[in-house]
Design a protein around this ligand. Structure first.
Ligand code: TGC
Ligand code: FAD
Length: 392
């Protein structure tokens, strides 16, 4: 892969709206991605391996639990800082951002919000340093967009719960130390359980042959009569709203993250358009290529403003789930379109691993599907503005 020459576009001087702390945190994450992610990520993606060597670095830039209070080992930052960290990591690779999203918003967040003090103290500090890695099991083979239909279940056996079922498409599953698993009790009510590696009957086979998110490990979570200690049930929230609450936090991070991938594709295509000569001119001098670049920077700027405003609302605890859905859907869509256009601007070179664009493009095919598909988020907006529920 070519040296990482990334320069972040900021067409509307959005930096002026950030605090000095935001910029310091963002710049530290940006420098880390350039130094520790860019040189190794293409090979990791080609080999379809998650680069575990970057786990300590992710912890150091505050990517594990950015907004979790410091007393539990988190970074104690605000929501805009969290978003900026996700943006910078996904500028490097969506799969690396996935690892951070899952650890922060889908594992640490439910333990922090729905767990008791003993659970917080036991798990959060080790998750914040990356000593323990987590996964989040909601999706099942027959229940993806409709998690309410899940069949994974647990029975009360007096001194423990007996967990049975299977989860599919689980990020970090092949190497996770703990999994936050959503399952129904005997009354059909959904609860979160913390399952630890080593519990008998718990296995995590890897899913192979992915063409997308290749630098992220994806797999299953299989439970065959797993005895889960009673103290591993998350006591403070149950029902589908509990996992969906975690998704709000992760979807928010993705809304920012997708901008990072879009910025990287735009920046690469812009640089290439100034260097690549055809018909005696840089290709950037042709109107058709300028149209592509002008539309890219317009969409990136709109997405940056959308995320920043959403971050302000989140900081005030006023962001609605539907507002988060809109930002996730919009920003991933513009990123995938920008990746596609940027890829074309590089001609044949665009399909190679010399540049990051094709990898971003393939990664974004997962990002547009997970955490609620593109169409599911459209229906959430549709429901919000009309009051009519098109799901049921
Ligand atoms: P519905 O009847 O609408 O709601 C059930 C209960 O949940 C509440 N609720 C929410 N709470 C918090 N946040 C949200 N976003 C919420 N949305 C709904 C709701 O108020 C209700 O509460 P209550 O107290 O009345 O019971 O539920 P539904 O069954 O009709 O489903 C609605 C739908 C389709 C929007 C929902 O199921 C959905 O979002 N489906 C998409 C599934 C999904 O996003 N899966 C993601 C799996 S995790 C993942 O992909 C990780 S990838 C990570 C990575 O690698 O980065
Ligand atoms: P389906 O739900 O079967 O959807 C198929 C198609 O039907 C989609 O286009 C969808 O939009 C459409 N559709 C479904 N319902 C409707 C409707 N009512 N109206 C209109 N169209 C509809 N899950 C986890 O729990 N944890 C993870 O860590 C995790 N990581 C993932 C990592 C990767 C790489 C991938 C690809 C997925 C991951 N997922 C994870 C699962 C992800 O959340 C699901 O793939 C996603 O929610 C969609 O579910 P599905 O794949 O079963 O598709």
């Amino acid at each position: 892969m070519k040296p990482d020459l990334f320069e972040a576009p900021d067409y509307y001087n959005i930096d002026d709206l950030l605090t000095e702390e935001h910029k310091l945190i963002r710049d530290a994450a940006r420098a880390w991605v350039k130094r520790d992610v860019s040189p190794i990520i293409e090979e990791a993606a080609q080999k379809a391996e998650f680069p575990k060597s970057i786990i300590p670095g992710l912890a150091e830039i505050g990517a594990f639990g950015p907004y979790i209070p410091t007393e539990y080992g988190g970074a104690g930052l605000d929501q805009i800082s969290y978003g900026l960290i996700m943006q910078e990591i996904e500028r490097g690779d969506s799969g690396v951002r996935s690892t951070a999203s899952v650890q922060s918003s889908l594992v640490m967040y439910p333990i922090w919000k729905y767990g008791n003090e003993a659970q917080r103290k036991k798990y959060l500090p080790k998750l914040a340093t990356g000593e323990w890695m987590g996964s989040f099991g909601l999706t099942e083979p027959d229940h993806g967009s409709n998690p309410a239909g899940m069949v994974t279940n647990f029975k009360d056996k007096g001194d423990h719960y007996l967990l049975n079922g299977a989860k599919l498409w689980i990020s970090n599953s092949p190497f996770c130390d703990v999994a936050v698993v959503w399952a129904k009790n005997e009354e059909g009510r959904i609860h979160g359980l913390i399952v630890e590696r080593g519990m008998e009957g718990f296995s995590t086979p890897e899913t192979h042959n992915k063409w997308s998110l290749r630098a992220s490990a994806t797999g299953e979570l299989i439970f065959q009569d797993v005895k889960v200690p009673k103290e591993n049930l998350l006591p403070n929230k149950s029902g589908l709203g509990a996992p969906l609450g975690c998704l709000d936090s992760a979807r928010y991070g993705i809304a920012w993250g997708a901008i990072g991938a879009a910025m990287d594709c735009y920046d690469t295509a812009l640089r290439y358009s100034k260097e690549r000569i055809q018909f005696g001119k840089p290709i950037g001098a042709f109107q058709l290529q300028q149209k592509k670049l002008a539309e890219m920077i317009t969409e990136i700027t709109k997405a940056q403003l959308l995320s920043l405003r959403l971050g302000q609302l989140k900081n005030e605890d006023k962001a609605t789930s539907a507002q988060i859905s809109m930002a996730k859907r919009n920003n991933v869509e513009i990123a995938i379109k920008i990746a596609r256009e940027a890829r074309q601007m590089l001609g044949g070179m665009g399909i190679t691993g010399e540049y990051s664009i094709m990898r971003h493009s393939m990664n974004l095919e997962s990002v547009i599907t997970y955490e609620g598909t593109h169409d599911i988020h459209l229906l959430i907006t549709g429901l919000d503005v009309t009051g009519f529920n098109a799901f049921k």
